[in-house]
Every structure is written in C-alpha cells, then in structure tokens.
Design a protein around this ligand. Structure first.
Ligand code: ADP
Ligand code: ADP
Ligand code: ZN
Length: 218
C-alpha cells in the first residue's frame, strides 16, 4: 500500500483536487473532515463531540481522528493506496500515520503541499458552498453551479458550512499555523514534500498536482 498526503491551510483547494485524483489513481480517499461531518449529520456520539470543536475552529482530539483513520484503513484491507486529505494535522497524527504505514509494510510516497496565501484562503472559504446530497464543493465565483444553489451532479441543495464564517476561518488559520504548519518541515526533512503553487486556477493546480504525483511515482 502507498499513501499520498495533501497538506495545506484550510481552503487551499485540497478537497477540490483530491476527489478526482483519488478516483483517477484508484486510491482510497480519506478526508477526516468529511468523516466528521458525516458523524455530525448522523447525530452519533462522535458527531456530537466533534461538532463543538469544529464550530469553534479547533482541532478534534488526536485520539478520535487516529481512531477514525485506523478503522477506515481496516475496512479496506485490499486498498492499493490511500489519499489523505486534511490528515495528518498534528505531530501526533503524523507519528500515528507513520506507525500505521509501517505496520502494513506501506509508505508515504508524497506529501503535496498546497501553498497559497492566507488572504486568498479567506476569500475561497467565504465563497465555498457544499452539496448536502453528495458533498461536491462549489464556489460562488470560481466554480459556480449551472443553477444557483443547486448541485450539478445530484440536484441537491447547496449550503454554507457553519465553520466557513469569517471569525471561525481566522481561528482555523491560526490553528493551522500553530499545530499543522510544522509538518511541512517534518516531511521536508524526509524528502517527501512536494510544493505546488495553489494560488493558480483550479485547472492549473490540477496539472501541478498530477505532475507532483507522477513525479513521486504515486
Ligand atoms: P480545502 O479542501 O483545502 O479546505 P476546497 O477544495 O474545499 O479547500 O476549496 C475551498 C474553496 O475554494 C471551494 O469553494 C473551492 O471551490 C474553491 N477553490 C478550490 N481551488 C481553487 C482555485 N485553484 N482557485 C479558486 N478557487 C478555488
Ligand atoms: P478544511 O476545509 O479546513 O480543510 P476540513 O473539512 O478538513 O476543513 O476540517 C473541518 C474541521 O474538522 C476542522 O476545522 C477540525 O475541527 C476537524 N478536523 C478535520 N480533520 C481533522 C484532523 N485531521 N485533526 C483534527 N481535527 C480535524
Ligand atoms: Zn450533489
């Protein structure tokens, strides 16, 4: 098994690129944020716990996140590879991922760093809209649905995430700098980090992502 990690600030465009790229390469797609939102929507104990952290823009405890990832991997023993989006976000999560990989005789082939300035990220998150039905992500300016408020794929209703308001976005960016940004050095020192310019258009970022993953043989 191989693993690819998409790393970068909230709103950098990781999810927009990750879904198609995982499909194209036959990778299991694991987005911890999507898993948490599904738990919130289902009203599980986990969801209730997570929602308070998410609404505040804080991270959900490492043990919870690591548990979710372990369970998903265990559910897909035949997966040839995994694309992680939004995980790991802390040093403890990165350690847990390393341990998980070695247990399975697997390795990380590339950590793609979506490099984009904070100001751009704030604009992106402010205009983000998500489909309630299928989770497809849109943007009110950069990636508009054919019909306003409605998903092109499934006709579902588009909504704005509770945590995509300006106050919470600022806090998420602070948390990213505080707890996640140090992973850049961590993976750089392992020679796994591939930086891409995530300030470009969606199509140009897609090309850069493909180049990064082709280059990594992942
Ligand atoms: P992340 O998964 O990194 O939090 P998303 O992929 O959800 O980010 O993107 C955040 C918002 O920015 C979405 O509304 C998305 O449509 C939009 N977006 C993604 N990539 C770009 C881009 N390259 N240029 C402009 N807007 C983008
Ligand atoms: P973003 O668009 O910021 O990348 P995500 O959907 O990845 O958003 O995450 C939304 C929220 O879910 C985060 O602000 C955090 O509260 C929680 N979350 C997601 N992934 C993790 C993780 N790996 N560790 C801790 N909390 C997480
Ligand atoms: Zn949809």
């Amino acid at each position: 098994m191989q693993a690819v990690v998409f790393l970068g600030p909230p709103g950098a465009g990781k999810g927009t690129q990750a879904k198609g790229e995982a499909e194209r390469r036959g990778l299991l797609y694991i987005a911890t944020g999507d898993q948490l939102r599904a738990a919130v929507a289902a009203g599980t104990e986990l969801g209730l716990q997570a929602k308070a952290c998410m609404d505040a823009g804080e991270l959900v405890p490492d043990a919870v996140i690591i548990g979710i990832v372990r369970e998903l991997i265990a559910q897909h023993p035949d997966a040839e590879g995994v694309l992680f989006d939004g995980f790991p976000r802390t040093a403890a999560q990165a350690d847990a991922l390393g341990a998980l990989m070695s247990e399975r005789g697997a390795r990380i082939t590339a950590v793609v760093y979506f490099d984009v300035a904070a100001a751009a990220v704030v604009r992106r998150l402010g205009g983000r809209r998500v489909c309630r039905g299928c989770g497809t992500t849109y943007h009110i300016e950069h990636l508009r649905p054919k019909q306003e408020g409605t998903c092109d794929r499934c006709g579902g209703e588009l909504y704005q995430r509770d945590d995509d308001n300006e106050t919470t976005v600022r806090e998420r960016l602070r948390v990213y700098e505080d707890q996640t940004a140090s992973l850049l050095d961590y993976y750089r020192s392992q020679d796994l980090l591939v930086r891409i310019d995530a300030a470009q258009s969606i199509d140009d970022v897609a090309q850069a992502v493909r180049g990064a993953l082709d280059g990594a043989g992942g």
